[in-house]
Design a protein around this ligand. Structure first.
Ligand code: GLU
Length: 444
């Protein structure tokens, strides 16, 4: 059973980059009939806020990415403590007393000598007396995980292929701060084991974390999950701009975009599969495959999103939108209006054109007599589904007008606009009485 998790820190609003990670976790789980978990990485109690957690839940719900369960790390400190004690007893974590300045200086010296800035493990060799002396000075230790230098690290990444790391070139990661608080690394591994996570899907900025976390899985007696590190998301100008990075998902909701548009775009950019307009996620779930992902950054283009959204709106069934349409707007009206809008909310504007009242722009003098003739002709005809064809056919004969000269004055008088939905569908919606009234008003 495939189990994935989306593990955001609730320290800010969700943006497209986070959403993409959430989506791929969800798609992978759904593709395999597995489970998708939401885990709030809120070990940073200062910066984590319930309002952000609520925002993440609301965004996921809007997008239809419903987690099968939700947990938060702040409920699980006892479990971390327990595993930490085991690792300490086994000598796989060790206390360090260097200040940030000291560490910084060490790094600078190493870099100055052309060496990789790897932590030198000085603290590993402290005697009990030296440690006691630090403690006596009131210096509390932070803790590092002891990498096994003899165990070469490797995994087959679902996106990046074979990955290899030499642990000697990595610093023993700090896993716990001097105030006892946790960095993300170890709790995440403990949770991934405890929750039976089979696949960790996240951004490639986590690749070096994965290298050290793989040794944590082993140290905790577990098999590491399968990893997929996706190339990062960039904007049209080639990097994840400040704007995109700060653009919350709610911005798209407020702009009236369909959630499925974001899903359709983010499921496919950066892959070899084309972005396609879909009205639900099913086709994306079915075809989702990490083998289709490239190593180049995925480009997120807001204009592409708008265009895709428009195509999707044109495909939406009445049932998918009916509770967002003005009261009284029928399926027939939706189908008529749908090709002329970019966002569902714009249906209301055209519905007003159907129901009125309308302000009709003043009519050119040469059209006045024609509109009178048109009104009389309309009054004489049977107002059925073919009314537009019959009416304009009759008018063509009687007035000698054709093309634009025939159609445009009618469209203007009936809708107040030069463009819009197909008149043969729109006129029956407007109805006989309103049409006659508008034609009369247009002549005055
Ligand atoms: N909380 C981590 C982050 O947001 C989770 C990374 C992961 O998926 O393991 O970066």
């Amino acid at each position: 059973m495939v189990v994935t998790r989306f593990a955001p820190s609730p320290t800010g609003h969700m943006h497209v980059g986070n959403l993409r990670t959430a989506l791929h976790n969800w798609l992978w789980a759904r593709h395999h009939g597995g489970r998708f978990l939401l885990r709030l990485d809120d070990t940073d109690l200062e910066r984590s806020k319930e309002e952000y957690a609520a925002g993440i839940r609301a965004d996921l719900a809007w997008l239809g990415l419903h987690p099968d369960s939700e947990t938060k790390q702040s409920d699980r400190f006892a479990l971390y403590e327990e595993h930490f004690a085991h690792l300490a007893a086994a000598g796989r974590v060790y206390p360090c007393y260097e200040s940030a300045q000291e560490l910084d200086l060490k790094r600078k010296i190493q870099l100055g000598r052309g060496l990789p800035p790897v932590y030198d493990r000085a603290a590993l060799h402290l005697t009990d007396a030296e440690k006691a002396a630090f403690e006596a000075e009131g210096i509390k230790p932070h803790w590092r995980f002891l990498l096994d230098h003899d165990a070469l690290i490797g995994w087959t990444d679902l996106i990046r292929g074979e990955q290899h790391f030499d642990p000697k070139l990595l610093s023993d990661p700090v896993i716990r701060r001097a105030d006892g608080s946790w960095l993300y690394m170890l709790p995440s591994v403990i949770d991934d084991i405890d929750m039976g996570i089979t696949h960790v899907v996240r951004g490639e900025d986590h690749v070096s974390n994965t290298a050290t976390q793989i040794q944590m899985f082993t140290a905790l007696g577990a098999q590491p999950p399968v990893f997929a590190h996706e190339a990062l998301l960039v904007g049209t100008e080639g990097k994840l701009s400040k704007r995109l990075g700060s653009l919350g998902i709610s911005t798209f909701r407020e702009a009236g975009l369909e959630p499925v548009s974001l899903i359709a775009l983010l499921a496919r950019i950066g892959t070899s599969d084309p972005v396609i307009p879909v009205t639900d996620a099913a086709p994306l779930i079915e075809t989702f495959d990490f083998a289709r992902f490239g190593r180049a950054p995925a480009r997120f283009d807001e204009q592409e999103l708008e265009t895709l959204n428009q195509k999707i709106v044109h495909l939406l069934d009445y049932d998918a939108v009916r509770n967002r349409l003005p009261t009284g707007m029928t399926e027939e009206a939706w189908i008529t209006i749908r090709p002329n809008i970019e966002k569902v909310a714009q249906a209301a504007d055209w519905w007003t054109v159907v129901t009125g009242p309308l302000t009709i722009p003043s009519v050119a003098d040469e059209d006045r007599a024609f509109l009178k003739q048109a009104m009389e002709s309309l009054a004489d005809l049977t107002f059925d589904a073919d009314i537009w064809r019959n009416w304009t056919g009759a008018l063509k004969e009687s007035s000698g007008r054709k093309g634009k000269a025939l159609f445009l004055p009618l469209r203007r008088a009936l809708t107040g606009a030069d463009h819009g939905p197909d008149m043969s569908h729109l006129l029956p919606l407007i109805g006989r009485e309103r049409a006659l009234e508008r034609l009369r008003a247009a002549q005055s």
